[in-house]
Unconditional design. Structure first.
Lengths: 197, 385
């Protein structure tokens, strides 16, 4: 069983395409795309437990730190470049996004929405940095150093001239409802975007 | 000298020598009319003959990769920490073949063998052999053993070059190439180190133009120097600092040129041990094979074009402190393979062990190696069932 957000991404990717997954974890998505959609892909990963898991899943994985760039990959090498739940953890999300759209025709990113009402309420009422099931870390040990809201991301795409081809916000159970559709920046906990230059 | 053979050892092993009569045409234009290859095997070949793994040795390696030849052996084979029951190259799952390459000095035909033309050791008359020649000779061994396709061809350093060459020259005859601490060709700096090693042998008065066998001597000092300089490049600055620092053997300066620092003692010991066990002409040949290796040369110096022949999946591994075959050199192979959409995985192991790391018991390295090989074994089981 694929994690629900990965299952949504899976449905966004057509058969027989070339995919690069930045921070591919144990390679579950790439393995699924290979088996169910004949996708040829590579994952980049720095955690060696995850790399070992990719090996066992028979997934191509390259040990490479995304923060050091994708300079070794030529322009438009991939159809889709994915990054799930990692955009907020890189040093320069803007540069990473730009690199994703250089090496790929389209980029698919997912991130925790810092505009969710519970996050806003936590900061407003408690006056402390929000901690929640989707953002479980404390301010001092969080890997999430560049959190943004759905609206921030949309604004950034607009400023950079990226086209948003598809988007979705879901709750923490990865379900979309009336509220997340109506007020995504308030009710979405996880945002998924497909963008192109 | 194992009192008892460890449970994760392949145990006592006996080498086999095979004689080949079919002439081997060599890249240098000459040919070997007949030759012998000595090899060892560990584990058993399955009915489908799909679980065979070939181990390619590096500069100073040989066929004895795992286990013991006798209960008197001080140490097991050179890659015993990676080959055995339950180890990365699991002999419960794989049939492992490890040979001594042509030109070697451990039983396969080489410069110290007798030249049938004159009944004397070949010496300097032994033809120059290349990585491609070795791979060709290894296909003959595969044929003799009834192995049409290797589950994996595996090697470190110069051995990794052989695995890479297999993937290019015989794309249908291997499923996986495992290329560890290697490079698609040597750098000028690397060739320079090899040249220093060769000059130290060639200028030793006991070298006698390579015919030292006839003078009942050998270029001991040259071999010692060659190994000393080689050994420095196999270790990292950090590892040397950690192992020796500036420690003195006697605790104080003697103001002379005898051994004073521990690192001097270590290098001399390494050199002397090596000089007793290795043939100088073989050393010269092996270093030339390293220098010549460059599969892109036949393809307009385009590595991608060379690799376009390949069909197997690749595992490439490098070590952070390896400056003789640095991670960047491994990444050249990885990047080229990604550009041409070949299946490749890459891991860079964090260690201070330098180039020697591929032979060292580094848990992280062996864990990744094991994980990859487990997948390989599942694939070949599926393929044969």
């Amino acid at each position: 069983m694929l994690r629900p957000d990965l299952e949504i991404i899976r449905t966004w990717i057509p058969d027989g395409t070339r995919v690069l997954d930045l921070g591919c974890g144990n390679g579950a998505l790439l393995a699924n795309l290979r088996d169910s959609k004949n996708v040829h892909g590579y994952g980049l990963e720095i955690d060696q437990d995850n790399i070992a898991a990719c090996f066992e899943n028979g997934v191509n994985v390259i040990e490479q730190d995304i923060d050091e760039g994708l300079g070794n990959i030529q322009d438009k090498r991939f159809d889709y470049v994915l990054m799930t739940q990692a955009l907020q953890a890189v040093h320069r999300p803007d540069l990473v996004l730009s690199e994703m759209l250089r090496v790929g025709h389209e980029a698919i990113v997912t991130f925790p929405n810092f505009g969710h009402w519970r996050v806003r309420g936590y900061l407003f009422f408690k006056g402390r940095m929000p901690v929640s099931p989707t953002l479980p870390h404390q301010w001092f040990n969080s890997p999430n150093i560049h959190l943004c809201t759905v609206r921030d991301f949309e604004a950034h795409c607009h400023e950079q001239g990226y086209r948003i081809l598809q988007s979705m916000v879901v709750d923490r159970h990865h379900e979309a409802g009336v509220m997340t559709r109506f007020l995504p920046n308030l009710f979405g906990e996880i945002a998924l975007f497909r963008v192109a230059r | 000298m194992p009192d008892i053979i460890p449970a994760d050892s392949v145990g006592l092993v006996t080498p086999t020598t095979l004689h080949f009569d079919q002439p081997l045409e060599l890249e240098c234009g000459r040919r070997l009319d007949a030759y012998e290859l000595v090899y060892e095997t560990y584990g058993s070949l399955n009915a489908a003959r799909s679980n065979a793994v070939l181990i390619c040795h590096a500069l100073s390696g040989h066929h004895h990769a795992a286990g013991y030849h006798s209960m008197d052996d001080k140490r097991p084979g050179w890659w015993d920490n990676a080959i055995g029951p339950g180890k990365a190259i699991d002999t419960n799952r794989f049939f492992v073949v490890s040979l001594n390459n042509i030109g070697g000095c451990h039983g396969s035909t080489g410069p110290s063998s007798i030249n049938p033309a004159n009944g004397q050791p070949w010496g300097p008359d032994f033809p120059m052999v290349t990585v491609r020649d070795w791979v060709n000779s290894q296909t003959r061994l595969a044929d003799a053993l009834g192995i049409q396709q290797w589950a994996a061809v595996i090697g470190g350093s110069l051995g990794g070059m052989q695995a890479l060459q297999w993937s290019i020259d015989y794309p249908d005859r291997l499923r996986h190439a495992v290329v560890i601490a290697s490079a698609p060709k040597l750098s000028a700096q690397n060739i320079a180190f090899n040249e220093v090693a060769r000059q130290s042998i060639l200028t030793d008065p006991n070298f006698h133009g390579g015919r030292y066998y006839l003078h009942d001597t050998y270029p001991r000092q040259g071999l010692i120097l060659a190994r000393m300089v080689g050994h420095i490049t196999y270790l990292s600055d950090d590892a040397m600092r950690a192992k020796f620092g500036r420690d003195l053997r006697a605790g104080k300066f003697h103001f002379g040129f005898d051994v004073e620092f521990q690192v001097e003692s270590y290098l001399r010991h390494q050199g002397e041990t090596f000089s007793r066990n290795f043939d100088a002409n073989t050393y010269l040949l092996m270093t030339k094979a390293l220098d010549y290796y460059d599969p892109s040369r036949d393809f307009d110096n385009d590595l991608e074009a060379a690799l376009r022949q390949t069909k197997c999946r690749f595992l490439v591994m490098s070590f952070t402190s390896d400056w003789r075959f640095s991670p960047q050199r491994s990444e050249e192979v990885v990047n080229a393979l990604v550009r041409i959409a070949r299946d490749v995985s890459y891991a860079e192991i964090d260690t201070d062990k330098g180039h020697d790391a591929f032979l060292v018991d580094i848990p992280e390295y062996l864990k990744l190696f094991s994980a990859y090989m487990r997948r390989v074994s599942i694939e070949v089981q599926d393929a044969s069932s």
